[in-house]
Design a binder for this molecule. Structure first.
Ligand SMILES: [Zn+2]
Length: 470
């Protein structure tokens, strides 16, 4: 998803991925939990974070690093200050002796006595579990061509949050805003833990990227972050009527542009804790509050073709005739369907004040959803000489999915107007991110204005109460 300086639009929709099929015996993990490296040292507070972009060859360094293989617990005492992992050949090598072992499907666990270890000079805490590169293939089609191993950091939730603070927001913001965001981040991670562990074939709970929450390891933690995490220890958001302390799926995003969105509007699924969308006068003036993007129909067409190629789940709405004969059609128009955009879009200052002034009215009316619901693409059939015929083909696609295909970094939200001038498409938009849940820049401003963390959270998540799980 989109990064915006240190603020990222995060927490995308794992929700919208297709439901995972039951464990595939050919690719799955052993069913005996004692034979799974990932479960050797887990506690109820351990979160499993999938790391990315570590390369095909990893050097893991630390003091007295203990290597454990689930299938051979007696090997738990093999120690070295350095391990080398060759992902292409699925080998773990002791560089001192040159001895290599095959990384089993049940994984290897590496931990340091000091609690800190480094992978290619990036430092992490607690344990690292490494699985061979093909492990995730039944779950993640993008992983199939990825030559990297599957590397998971098993880390205590509170320590994890100390690093998320500066990956997702900034420990130097107003304290109540940072505390609110820590509680949202803990709630989200705990929700993912509950979901992912329903399927034992899954070896991680959250990704370390904008797909879930940005986690850069120990080097992004600081003392202020640690202090505010400690202050909110174990606090999460649960639905107002929930008695089981079930965490809500606490989505948040960079800036809402003036109105938050409901999960059912964006992801098509109702979720506990999100009872209504709320007007947000607080993120006005934040980066990406207004954005513009210009692209040609040809560029748009190329993005769509790529989406069709790589995203099998979302290409289902596309007609086979078009997929099979892409070059036989030309994209000739794109239209937004649904949504409501403030009228005056010319002058930034003027828009801000106008937009602010429409908030109460829009709130009173409340029925009109501001975000674009679908994008309609119009294709014109070409004859065998490449000349346009009168035959048109129209395809309607969910705007949130289409945005992910087109360019989520440039098309910052689905709240936009779209005008076509010949072959050029001009987008003007509001806000950055999906708009569901807490608006991070709005929360920042609320903190500066003196709102408490609970006021911030119950403003953006009107259906929640704060509970403590540990
Ligand atoms: Zn906002």
């Amino acid at each position: 998803m989109i990064r915006l300086g240190w603020l990222s639009l995060s927490i995308c929709a794992l929700l919208i991925l297709p439901l995972i099929s039951p464990l595939n015996a050919a690719h799955g993990l052993p069913l005996n939990p004692k034979k799974l490296a990932s479960e050797l040292k887990m506690t109820p507070q351990t979160v499993r974070v999938k790391l990315s972009n570590l390369g095909r060859v990893m050097v893991i360094k630390g003091t007295d690093l203990a290597l454990s293989l689930a299938k051979k617990p007696e090997l738990g005492n093999i120690r070295a200050d350095q391990w080398m992992i060759d992902c292409k050949r699925s080998l773990i090598i002791d560089p001192n002796t040159g001895k290599a072992r095959v990384i089993p499907r049940s994984g290897v666990l590496i931990e340091s006595i000091s609690g800190i270890l480094a992978i290619n000079d990036r430092r992490f805490r607690d344990q690292i579990v490494v699985y061979p590169q093909d492990l995730l293939s039944p779950y993640d089609s993008k992983q199939r061509s990825n030559p990297e191993c599957v590397v998971i950091n098993h880390i205590n939730m509170e320590k994890y949050l100390e690093s998320v603070v500066n990956g997702e927001f900034n420990s130097q913001w107003a304290e109540s805003a940072v505390e609110a965001q820590i509680i949202a981040a803990r709630t989200y991670a705990l929700y993912q833990m509950n979901q992912m562990r329903k399927d034992r074939g899954r070896v991680f709970d959250v990704e370390s990227t904008q797909k879930d929450q940005v986690y850069l390891g120990l080097d992004s933690a600081d003392s202020k972050a640690a202090q505010l995490v400690a202050k909110t220890k174990g606090m999460i958001m649960v639905g107002k009527d929930n008695k089981n302390l079930d965490p809500i799926k606490a989505f948040y995003h960079s800036s809402c542009g003036g109105w938050t969105a409901l999960p059912q509007q964006v992801f098509g699924t109702k979720l506990s804790g999100f009872t209504r969308r709320v007007p947000c006068p607080f993120c006005i003036g934040s980066p990406s509050y207004h954005w513009e993007h210009v692209m040609t129909l040809n560029e748009m067409s190329a993005r769509l073709a790529k989406g069709i190629r790589v995203d099998s789940a979302n290409r289902k709405v596309w007609p086979k005739a078009l997929i099979d004969h892409w070059s036989g059609y030309k994209l000739t128009d794109v239209k937004p369907i649904g949504g409501h955009y403030p009228d005056d879009r010319r002058d930034d200052d003027e828009i801000s004040s106008k937009h602010a002034s429409i908030l109460p009215a829009a709130h009173a009316g409340a029925a009109q959803e501001p975000r674009v619901r679908d994008l309609q693409f119009e294709f014109t059939k070409l004859d065998r000489f490449g000349v346009k015929t009168a035959q048109k083909l129209r395809v309607k696609m969910d705007a949130y999915q289409a945005r992910n295909w087109i360019d989520p970094a440039k098309l910052k939200s689905t709240w936009f107007s779209l005008e076509r001038f010949g072959n050029t498409l001009q987008f003007r938009g509001l806000g950055s991110g999906h708009g569901v849940g807490m608006c991070q820049f709005g929360a920042k401003k609320m903190g500066e204005k003196g709102f408490s963390r609970n006021q911030i959270l119950t403003y953006y998540y009107p259906g929640v109460k704060i509970a403590r799980v540990w």
